[in-house]
Design a protein around this ligand. Structure first.
Ligand SMILES: [Zn+2]
Length: 355
């Protein structure tokens, strides 16, 4: 806790003095000022306290909050640290008007995160979550990281991190699913103003296209290594008289996919194709239900299922008919990996789908 009361005023621990008596703004009990050489000054409750403000915060978390205060106050002169919102029983790290900033260093359950975000939303507060470096080190595929994703026109899908020990901001931006990977670009900023300026400047979107042959081989490798998800998918393909490794090339497109929570692109696209093959015609809503992409907390993404179906329509595999969708051309499945690689080589001589 960085803030405590002294004679009705909120005092930042950085400016507090040992000989004075400070109280917690939430429970009004006496708190201990902790100051030291290598320590971020802060207030602590006595061990016996059961105050909601008594949550063990790491030094990095405390340091990050102090950095954020110093940086954000230039943009938002009225920003305040640790204001307790009594009705919500929530204490944002920083709050200004209808904007709260959270510096999230430790793991947080999805339920707790949702409760907090929805709590803020009920008060029309938009919460900005800046992640600690433990999150930075994790793979972008990890649900625990990806769920924090946001979108901004100039930088695309992005995640923002603060390295409190270095006082640097790290921006992972233009986050897209390309081939088997989630790719992103990274930029590091020594100050917040430069970060904001960068985020307001349109950034070029230049990505290398994935190698379709390698992508095809990687599916084969996963099947051979008995990857659980792939074996399941393989079984689904068998039931329909196909081999997973020979799946239609159209599933690799569009090359650049929006990030999707908790789901492999190959899996949901093949599900759609198999469903269409079996039914020939179905309601659009059936396909939405079949795939049922989990929603992000902080952004609305254009329905990935619809984007894929539009691509299928563009390539004349399907036709939209009102609320329905109808298969108009059979998908091309290949006999095996070699057959498919041969087809890719032929297609690469000319430009395949322009998407
Ligand atoms: Zn308290």
């Amino acid at each position: 806790m960085l803030i405590a009361h002294y004679k009705e005023k909120l005092i930042n621990a950085e400016f507090a003095q040992k000989q004075k008596k400070y109280t917690c703004p939430i429970c009004h009990e006496l708190v201990i000022l902790k100051k030291g050489h290598k320590m971020v000054s802060h207030f602590a409750h006595y061990v016996s306290s059961d105050c909601v403000g008594n949550e063990g915060e790491t030094q990095l978390h405390l340091k990050g909050k102090q950095h954020l205060l110093k940086d954000l106050i230039k943009e938002y002169p009225k920003i305040k640290l640790e204001i307790y919102l009594n009705d919500l029983k929530q204490r944002p790290d920083l709050l200004t008007g209808n904007l709260s900033f959270e510096y999230q260093c430790s793991p947080i359950s999805n339920q707790r995160l949702k409760e907090r975000v929805i709590g803020y939303q009920s008060r029309q507060i938009n919460s900005i979550w800046i992640l600690g470096m433990d999150y930075f080190k994790k793979n972008l595929h990890a649900y625990s990281v990806l769920r924090f994703i946001r979108y901004q026109k100039c930088v695309g899908f992005y995640l923002l991190f603060l390295d409190a020990s270095q006082h640097q901001y790290c921006l992972k931006y233009q986050i897209y699913q390309i081939g088997n990977q989630i790719q992103c670009k990274l930029k590091i900023f020594d100050n917040y103003q430069m970060l904001i300026k960068f985020m307001k400047t349109p950034q070029q979107n230049t990505y290398l296209q994935p190698n379709l042959i390698k992508l095809t081989q990687s599916i084969e490798t996963k099947v051979r290594w008995h990857d659980t998800a792939m074996i399941k998918l393989q079984k689904r393909c068998y039931e329909n008289g196909h081999l997973l490794t020979g799946c239609p090339l159209i599933v690799y497109y569009p090359i650049q996919n929006s990030p999707i929570l908790n789901r492999n692109w190959l899996e949901w696209k093949i599900e759609i194709i198999l469903y269409l093959e079996n039914k020939q015609e179905c309601k659009l809503s059936d396909l939405y239900q079949l795939v049922n992409h989990e929603k992000f907390l902080f952004i609305k993404i254009k329905n990935p299922t619809l984007s894929f179906l539009k691509l299928l329509a563009k390539q004349q595999y399907v036709k939209f008919e009102g609320e329905n969708i109808k298969l108009s051309q059979n998908f091309i499945w290949y006999r095996d990996t070699y057959d498919k690689i041969g087809a890719i080589k032929k297609l690469e001589k000319r430009h395949y789908y322009d998407s």
